[in-house]
Structure formats: C-alpha cells, structure tokens
Design a protein around this ligand. Structure first.
Ligand code: MSP
Length: 674
C-alpha cells in the first residue's frame, strides 16, 4: 500500500481579504502536496478559514453585515482564489460548518471527561479591547498587545489544565527534535515551556460568535481551541458516523503542519497539549516559515501594505508568483516582496532561463529532426561536455530532492537552475544551429547528441520543478511529447529515460518576457485597489475626519470639525487610528505643487516619507527638528508621484492657515497618542 501524507495550512482569518502572505503558505504546502503525489504518496492536503471570535464579529459589524453573511463572503474569496491559482487542496474547512462545530464540542467533551477542563473563576487583569487575559496582578497594567490599561475582572470560565503538560511537552521536543522546525523556533518554544505553563481559559462569555460549550451554552469555546481542532475535524474526528471517521484513521497524525512564525506557540504548545489531553496522536512535525515583508514591514491589513495575489496573477500568472516566493525567500526566514524583484526574477530564471531553454531545444528538434527526439550517436565520439551535463543532471536530481525534503526550496531551485545555466552554456559552445546547416553524417550525429542532451536535461528540470511551477511545466512536458506530467513517478527520475523517436507536441513559448510596463501595471492596480479600499473599508481616515481636524492632502476632501457633522464613534473606532509622535528630519517643497511639502519623519522605529498640504503655512526649513503628530497606519497613497506614508495632524481653520499639532512638554519620538 502507498504511504499516506497529510499536510495542512493554518486556517485563515476572514477579517481580511486574502493576500500574498496567505498565498505564500498555501503555495509552499501545495508544492509539497504535488511533490508527494508525484512520489506516489496517498496525499491529503487541507486548508480553510477560521471564522469565529470577537475579531470576526467586529469586522462583520464594521462591514455592516451579519457575521454569517460576512464570513460566507470572505471565505468564498479565499476558496475562489485558491481555485484560480490551481491549488490542489483536497478539502476546504470552514469553522462555521456543522461538521466542524459538532466535532469541536466532541473534542471539548472528551478532554473534559479526561479531567483536563475545569470550571473556575478567573480573577485578574483583562484587556477589554483585545479580549485578552493579561498575566499581571497590578490593576491597570498595560495590555501587552495594545498598551491600554487593563481592568480587574472576576469571571467564571472553563480552564484547560495546560500546567499538567509541561514535562510531557518538554519530553516531546527532546525525543522528537523534528517536531518543531526550524531549530530556532524549537529553542524559543522550549525556553517558553521551561519557564512554566499556567492553565488557560478556554471559554468566553462576553460575546456569542463562537461554538457553545457543551451543556453550558452561555459560554463559547475559545477561538484557538476551535480553530486548531480543524486539523482533525475536517478528516472526520468526532463524527458519529463510522464512514466519516475513516479518513481520520487513515491520515491522522498529520505529516506536516505548516504555519507562519507568529502562531508557533499555539501550534507547538497548546495544540499538542490538547491532543495529549484527548489521548490522540500528535502531528509528526510543525514547520514554521518567516514573514513576507512589503516595504520593510509584515504585510497586514492594519498597516495597509497588503499586496493582492490577483494583481500578480493578472499580469504574470501563478507560476511566476510561486517560483518567486519559493526561490527568493529563504524558507524559515523573513523575505521581502517587491514588484521589481518579482519581474527581475521572472525574466532571469523563467523567461530567459527555463522558457528559453525549452523553446530553443524543442524548436531545433522540430526543425532539424522533424519533431522527433534524436538519440546520441554511438558511432561519433562523445565529447566531455555531453557527459558533464549528464553528470550534473544526476547530481541535481539527488541534491534537489534532499533539499526540498528539508523545505529548503530556495537552495533546491538554485541547484536545479544551475543545470539550466549549464545546458545554456553547452548549447552556446556547441552551436547546434551551425551543425544544423550541414548534412554530413558526423555533423548530424553531433547535432543529435547535443539536442538529445539538452532535451533530456530540460525534461529533468521540468519534472523536478513541476510541483513549484505546475502550469508551465505541464506544458513543456506535453511539448516534449510525454503526456500528463502528474502521472510521472518522480522517484524513478533518472538520466537517459527520454526515448528515441518521441514525437514532440506543438512547440510554443511558455514564459513570454516581461518588460517595465509589467511593473507599472501591477503597481497601478495595487494603488487603485488601495484607494478603492479607503472608500469601502470604512478606513480610519474617514473617522479621523470627525475626530480631529487634519490637513488632508489636496486630493482628499478637506476635513473641518466645524462644518462636518460629527457622528459619535466608539473608543474602538478611535483606537484604530495609530497616532504617533514623529520628528521632521527633512522638509522640502514638491516641484510643481504649491501646497505640498515632502517630509521625512522619524517615528522612532523607521523614517517615513509624508507628503503634506502645508506648504502655504510653513516654510520647510522651519519644520526641521520639529515634533509633530502623525497618523501612522494610514494606507500609503501617491501624490504628485510621491508616496505619502502617513498624515501629519494639524488644525485647519476655515480660510486660514494650517496649524500643526504640537507639544508643550518634550515627548519621545514614536510615543503613541491615545
Ligand atoms: N486563524 C489563525 C490561524 C489558525 S490555525 C489553526 C491565523 N490566521 S491568519 O489569517 O492571520 O493567517 C496566519 C497565517 O497566514 C500565517 O501563519 C501565515 O501562514 C500566513 N500569513 C499571513 N500573512 C503573512 C505574511 N505577511 N507573511 C507570511 N505569511 C503570512 O493566524
């Protein structure tokens, strides 16, 4: 029987639209799943959406929808995107589905019956804004997430006896060193667990968008307990039907659970502890990757620096994104995304690299051998260059496989593409096009050897990289006359399998070259989306207008507290606006714009470019060194071709000059205003 292989992505929150950060994890898992299928494993690949909890409830409210309507809509966007990208997940779980909710209750019951869940009274500090119990005794201790003062609460809750698992967890990490990869994450988790584990509250009674605690529906199950359980509920754990439990029996424990580094603690401490408490087997390994950064910070909705996947799909296609992310980012570490780097990588490795090798080799076989694969001649002596290619191909097959199996995608692709470069060089040095003009037997034989060698190397790179760039490689494979690449048993791959006389399919380019306009198109599409998002997402800018009088850029309607009717906003609405103390480092006029100044403002953690409509009120040199108030989490926008990354706060009297908000006492740069 074939070996089984079960792989999962985190389930994504539906409070944000899918972006390339989510796509990154999904692509890495899809690549592994495709490779396992080619290796003959009975593969099951799960992804889905995480839809309960207060965060989602609030996002629905902000969108003016019921939580169910809202989650239906955003979850469908994730599903549609994965479909469009050709992601090969076998199932898509939503935590609001009945098959999940019932089974989560079953898991809760089981752990409670085993004595690891008890009802207790929580008394301590609580952050109302973040729905978070804060590990502190002092009333008013600031919340570690948002910095707001916590409140002392006393509340009845269900608790999970996490403290009972400290030794067992440490034993797990020690005996199964691959349980957490990479090692840096393992070390962090171990020192966290060593420092002591406290029982965790796993129910909430302050909101209702969640799964009711069995037999006590006043409480809903804590969203992380609910979410983590998806990995087993989706494959039938807790179902009352024998048939439905089959997949659980077959696939659990998972072989790989891939996550981003920020959710390591939930997956490497809570998740195995829940499973131990339920008496269930543990996953074989949790693999954490780093963050995808855009403009130096983690892509996130609140920072407004999200890059949509659709933009890249529209312009360059899914293969380009897949290749870029796996080649450019060292797996496990943070990596930067930029449109420039994407296009550069695409042109260098795909259009000029693999694509060019394919079209060159296959076109010459079509032209000189009527589209049938020729075979290296036995009569004409082989040259060292021919066997060197065969040798490197053998080495590449071995190295590539080892590296991919250790999740070193970038190194693996680098190794595979070294073969592309070697064959390119080999073709240039051997000038098959010159031999093609000659009819003597020796030239024909040499030509046959060169083209066979090139085509065979092409076949090998194509087979190896299929899980990474499935679309283009399927097409190259068909052009090589080899049928459906997904049926190729990857474990058999070796040099020399390409058969003499194989009839090529229609030869056509798979990666058209991209020029500068591709970058511009993508940037423009993103800008349009961002400015569109300002309107539809009830952006902080809108609420700021009523709360503070700000110097808005000339393109935005000017906000004036005296004339704009003020609707009441909640403290939560106000808290969405991140106001910080900044210090002006550079100030200069913007050419061709009388009202604008370009400022560089130090926010303590970074220096931001802000374009402000205050040129008529302040001479630039007077601003240098001045401390100002900046709206730090405003989506970037372009003004006169300059990106403005934040807004400077000022009073704007009707018909008068703007007056910058400032401080009488000195205050450190970067301090948050609340
Ligand atoms: N719902 C939880 C996970 C529950 S799993 C039982 C959650 N969701 S999330 O929508 O915030 O998605 C987090 C995951 O999405 C990350 O762990 C990572 O896999 C992926 N990423 C989201 N943004 C990312 C980047 N900017 N960079 C890399 N990965 C990113 O946490």
């Amino acid at each position: 029987m074939n070996k089984k292989f079960y792989i999962t992505t985190p389930i994504y929150y539906v409070n944000a639209r899918p972006h390339i950060g989510h796509a990154y994890t999904t692509i890495a898992c899809d690549t592994i799943a495709r490779r396992q299928r080619m290796l003959g494993a009975d593969t099951y690949f799960l992804t889905g959406t995480d839809e309960h909890g207060q965060k989602i409830e609030r996002a629905a409210e902000a969108a003016g929808k019921t939580p169910q309507e809202y989650t239906d809509e955003v979850s469908a966007q994730f599903r549609a995107l994965w479909k469009r990208m050709g992601i090969t997940n076998d199932d898509f779980i939503r935590t609001t589905e009945e098959r999940h909710t019932k089974r989560v209750q079953e898991l809760f019951r089981r752990i409670r019956d085993n004595g690891y869940i008890y009802k207790g009274t929580y008394s301590g500090q609580y952050c109302v804004f973040d729905e978070l119990y804060v590990d502190a005794v002092e009333p008013g201790t600031p919340c570690p997430e948002c910095g707001r003062p916590t409140e002392t609460v006393k509340e009845e809750n269900y608790f999970f006896k996490l403290s009972a698992f400290q030794d067992k967890l440490l034993q797990l990490y020690t005996e199964q060193p691959d349980f957490i990869r990479p090692e840096t994450r393992r070390n962090e988790v171990m020192s966290f667990v060593r420092s002591g584990l406290r029982d965790q509250s796993i129910s909430r009674s302050t909101f209702s968008w969640g799964i009711p605690v069995p037999d006590d529906p006043k409480h809903v199950i804590y969203v992380w307990f609910d979410a983590l359980a998806n990995y087993i509920t989706a494959i039938g754990y807790g179902s009352s039907h024998e048939g439905a439990r089959e997949a659980f029996k077959k696939y659990w424990p998972a072989d790989v659970q891939m996550i981003g580094k920020e959710i390591v603690r939930f997956h490497c401490v809570y998740w195995p502890a829940f499973l131990m408490a339920a008496g269930l087997p543990l996953p074989k390994g949790i693999v954490a990757h780093g963050w995808l950064l855009f403009e130096e910070s983690k892509m996130s909705k609140s920072r407004g620096n999200i890059v949509r996947t659709e933009t890249i799909l529209d312009v360059l296609g899914a293969d380009a994104l897949r290749y870029f992310l796996l080649r450019e980012v060292v797996f496990g570490q943070d990596g930067s995304f930029s449109f420039d780097a994407l296009v550069q990588r695409y042109n260098a490795d795909l259009a000029n690299g693999l694509g060019n090798l394919a079209s060159r080799t296959l076109t010459m076989i079509t032209r000189y051998f009527r589209g049938e694969v020729p075979y290296p001649s036995a009569t004409v002596s082989q040259r060292a260059g021919d066997s060197a290619i065969a040798e490197s191909a053998r080495r590449v097959i071995a190295e590539y496989s080892t590296l991919v199996d250790q999740y070193q995608f970038s190194r693996a692709l680098e190794v595979a593409w070294s073969l592309v470069a070697a064959v390119d060089k080999y073709i240039v040095e051997n000038e098959p096009w010159a031999l093609g003009e000659k009819q003597d037997e020796e030239s024909r034989s040499r030509l046959a050897t060169i083209l066979y060698t090139s085509a065979e190397a092409l076949r090998i790179v194509t087979a190896l990289s299929h899980p990474v760039i499935p679309d283009a490689t399927s097409r190259i494979w068909a052009q090589l006359g080899l049928g459906d690449i997904r049926q190729f048993p990857l474990s058999d791959l070796k040099w020399g399998q390409l058969q003499l006389g194989t009839k090529l399919g229609n030869v056509e380019a798979v990666f058209p070259r991209a020029d500068k306009s591709a970058i511009e198109r993508m940037q423009k599409m993103e800008e349009q989306q961002r400015s569109g998002a300002t309107v539809t997402e009830a952006h902080p800018e809108a609420s700021t207008a009523a709360a503070i009088s700000a110097v808005a850029p000339p393109t935005a309607p000017s906000a004036n507290a005296a004339t704009v009717p003020v609707s009441k906003i909640s403290i939560e609405d106000f808290a969405k606006v991140e106001l910080r103390v900044g210090q002006v480092k550079v100030a200069e006029k913007v050419k061709g714009a009388d009202k604008l100044l370009r400022l560089e403002v130090d926010l303590g953690t970074e220096v931001r470019q802000v374009v402000a409509g205050i040129a008529e009120s302040y001479a630039p040199e007077l601003l240098i060194g001045r401390k100002v108030v900046i709206v730090a989490n405003l989506a970037p926008r372009k003004l006169r071709g300059l990106e403005s990354n934040g807004m400077i706060v000022a009073a704007s009297p009707e018909g008068g000059k703007a007056v910058l908000a400032s401080f009488l006492e000195d205050v450190p740069v970067g301090t948050r205003l609340k």
